[in-house]
Write a protein that binds this ligand. Sequence first.
Ligand code: CP
Length: 316
Amino acid sequence: MRASTSSLKSKDLLGIEALLPDEIELILDTAEGFKEVSERPVKKVPALRGQLVINLFMEASTRTRVSFEIAEKRLSADTLNFTASGSSVEKGETLIDTAENLVAMHPDMIVIRAKHPGAPKMLADRLPNVSIINAGDGSHEHPTQALLDAFTIRERLGRLAGVNVSIIGDIAHSRVVRSNIHLLTKMQANVTVAAPPTLIPAEIEKLGVRVVHALDEAVADADVIMMLRIQLERQGKLSFPSLREYYNTFGLTPERLARANSNAIIMHPGPMNRGVEIASDVADDPRRSVILEQVTNGVAVRMAVLYLLGGAHNVE
Ligand code: CP
């Protein structure tokens, strides 16, 4: 296989907001080429042989951390996983001191998940010789999640332009929604966000989305229904009376799904709160749910991002 030799204009991937549509297209096309590597008996190409990637996870993760590590191994990179727990962060060492010490050991790329919005940009500015990849920073951006979501939509529906995407849930605290809005609007998709008013940030319409406050209205003409988790860890107190009431008004149940476009696909970035934003019967619906396809596609998309930033051109 020979992936594109074009490159991204920045040394880092900090968010979708700064990407051009043709860079998004390049990542998705490159990921399409990489997807079959994971289906081979020997799931490996030598693209990043000799490169060291550090996965610096300062906040909990299952999908993103594992997916990046698998992507790095499939590209033959050396990988090192660093978590705050058990490190000198517990003795008070700052993020920048931690990163500068890691960089002293000559990694080529750092994948960072951080609690604080802007932490990946701070590292990118301070560390000119290393590529920084944002794996989710607070409620700011989660660019590789939006890219894998777009890849999945494009694979299922054949295009992004003109597709009606409804994103339902905790819009106020979600980095996934912010990256998805940037990506989908750049690619000419139509985006609706739906939640109780207390979970919609002020002036979100300025990002080019339609805002509704009823689930039935959001799903009526949607080609893609993307459900988001209520981020209890980022809310001081519940922004609605109770989880049961939330499920009764904004939970995607089989009955509500029956009123949606019969071909609409169901997405969720995970982790899911079953019985809060989505019913198990919907999440596990083999015809409509593409939730595990999103996870599969995450590896190919992250391989593409690592490959394009790593500047390797020797994929066989
Ligand atoms: N979608 C996502 O970011 O999941 P994790 O928090 O498990 O990485």
